[in-house]
Design a protein around this ligand. Structure first.
Ligand SMILES: [Zn+2]
Length: 518
């Protein structure tokens, strides 16, 4: 028995998160994401779980950490097309919001994907009906041997880290998390648990972020300068999470500066999403909760719905449009029109998935972007990279690993060079073995198994005596020496395990003489 972790996605990359973890014979799939920048291989390679397609026999359950597409978008395909019928767990807000994200994605994902890989809006509904919603810190018994528990992860509304235990062996899968509060969410919160393995995201594994306030001001200044000069600002974003966070920021700034420039949300989806944000107020940060009695931070006074005809309308504005990485959909349609003017500004998240237009724009400042063999976009607009993020930075990852002190760490959801550096730090600074498997690789680690044992009277006596040791320590620059007294209190004994099913026994070495029958 032991723990095996098969990484089916987000191994040395960001995209289609999926890890299948076998804990003492129970097999859990953590996340079931889609790769948004790779239409040829959008899903994890599920055949590695079962060659015969008997997924019910091969998996005990699925756990989804949050509603982002790279963590959940392959789920309807796995349940409705591949036919998985076992239990699926996620938090209540994730269950409420994932269908919105999935249905918004449906219209984008059709392009470039094979017929066999498609699923319908009805498939999303019947998939979500199978989901069991859980509360934070609620211990769920999946079966006689497997228990799971969700912990608050920050990041987006409903995001959770999941703990899973089988016998004495236990694992924590973090999903995406944030160790510092942002405009609308609190920081991750978790108990100190005995853990054999932590599987953690490592998106910003080498970045230490300085003041969030400074980065927010930089962003607001870029937006204000652009609209003051008559330009248009495009904020490509996913409907939930980032859109709300940035909007709270802009609303506050518009109010303080008494700005009249319109802020638009594209389509009905974001409006619907804001309705959900209002309903899910108990999941937001303490600050938003406290202020809620006299002002709901999600009641956006300045925001209006965008109409397609406004794309070519004169005058400045700010537009939130989906999807976030400009790979397809309405944000790309608007980008094609607005990118050609120096007056306009496009903001991009700090991390874009490889293969998307967002990622191409971030790697240097290309003058032209090839959309397809026939279409080329002249990129003359300004580009602003958002330096604040809903992911933890490297300090947050190190702090969490130090706090939890698991026996092993596996890094996922990050770029390989960053993982290599972070792995080095976790091993050298914390002394914890750390792995960064590529997709379709398995890491095997031993699991903890506690054995109850009797102890002999003479062994117990040795544990009661202090075990002093004296050390002379002299500092190099001063010629002084100090005497240090340590009580190591380590007792040595022999663990005796007999063949005839008797309980194991810990004895003192003096007890050993004459025991030739064992
Ligand atoms: Zn996420």
């Amino acid at each position: 028995m032991g723990i095996d972790c098969l990484v089916l996605g987000a191994g040395q990359e960001v995209g289609k998160s999926c890890a299948v973890v076998n804990i003492n014979g129970k097999r859990i799939m953590f996340d079931c994401g889609m790769h948004m920048g790779d239409p040829k291989h959008p899903y994890p390679d599920f055949s590695r779980i079962s060659k015969t397609g008997d997924f019910d026999g091969a998996l005990t359950c699925i756990i989804i950490t949050h509603f982002h597409l790279d963590h959940v978008a392959a789920l309807p395909y796995f349940t409705e097309v591949c036919g998985f019928r076992g239990p699926i767990y996620m938090t209540h807000p994730t269950k409420a919001l994932a269908p919105l994200m999935l249905k918004d994605n449906l219209k984008h994902m059709i392009n470039g994907m094979g017929d066999k890989e498609k699923f319908t809006s009805d498939d999303i509904d019947s998939c979500m009906e199978k989901v069991i919603a859980v509360d934070l810190k609620q211990t769920i018994r999946v079966d006689e041997d497997l228990e799971i528990r969700a912990y608050y992860a920050g990041h987006v509304i409903g995001a959770a880290m999941f703990y899973a235990r089988v016998g004495d062996a236990s694992v924590l899968y973090t999903g995406d998390y944030n160790m510092t509060p942002d405009r609308h969410l609190g920081a991750a919160q978790i108990d100190r648990l005995p853990l054999d393995l932590v599987i953690t995201e490592s998106t910003y594994g080498t970045t230490i972020r300085d003041s969030r306030f400074a980065h927010e001001s930089e962003f607001l200044k870029a937006v204000h300068t652009c609209v003051a000069d008559g330009g248009k600002v495009l904020i490509p974003t996913f409907a939930l999470g980032r859109a709300q966070e940035i909007c709270i920021l802009l609303e506050d700034y518009w109010e303080r500066r008494n700005l009249k420039v319109p802020i638009y949300f594209s389509g009905g989806l974001t409006i619907q999403a804001n309705m959900y944000s209002k309903m899910l107020i108990s999941w937001t940060s303490q600050k938003v909760k406290e202020a809620y009695t006299n002002h709901n931070a999600f009641d956006f006074k300045h925001v209006r719905t965008f109409d397609r005809s406004l794309i070519h309308a004169p005058g400045p504005c700010v537009l939130f449009a989906t999807p976030g990485w400009l790979n397809t959909g309405f944000s790309l349609e608007v980008f094609k029109q607005w990118a050609t003017s120096e007056m306009n500004l496009v903001t991009l998240p700090g991390q874009c998935i490889a293969g998307t237009i967002g990622q191409k724009l971030m790697s240097g400042k290309p003058k032209k972007i090839d959309l397809d063999p026939e279409t080329q976009i002249d990129v003359r607009c300004q580009i602003h990279k958002l330096a604040f993020s809903p992911h933890t930075d490297s300090k947050g990852i190190m702090d969490l690993m130090k706090f939890l002190s698991p026996k092993h760490v596996i890094l996922v959801h990050g770029e390989k060079p960053k993982m290599v550096k972070l792995k080095g730090r976790i091993e050298s600074e914390l002394g914890i073995p750390c792995y960064h498997p590529a997709n379709n690789e398995t890491v095997s680690i031993p699991s903890t198994h506690y054995v109850r044992a009797d102890a002999s009277a003479s062994f117990i006596n040795t544990t009661l005596c202090p075990n002093f040791s004296f050390k002379n320590s002299a500092s190099e620059d001063k010629c002084t020496s100090e005497l240090q007294i340590c009580d190591v209190r380590v007792s040595e004994g022999l663990l005796v395990m007999q063949n005839n099913n008797q309980k194991p026994n810990v004895i003192h070495q003096d007890d050993w003489s004459g025991k030739t029958d064992t």
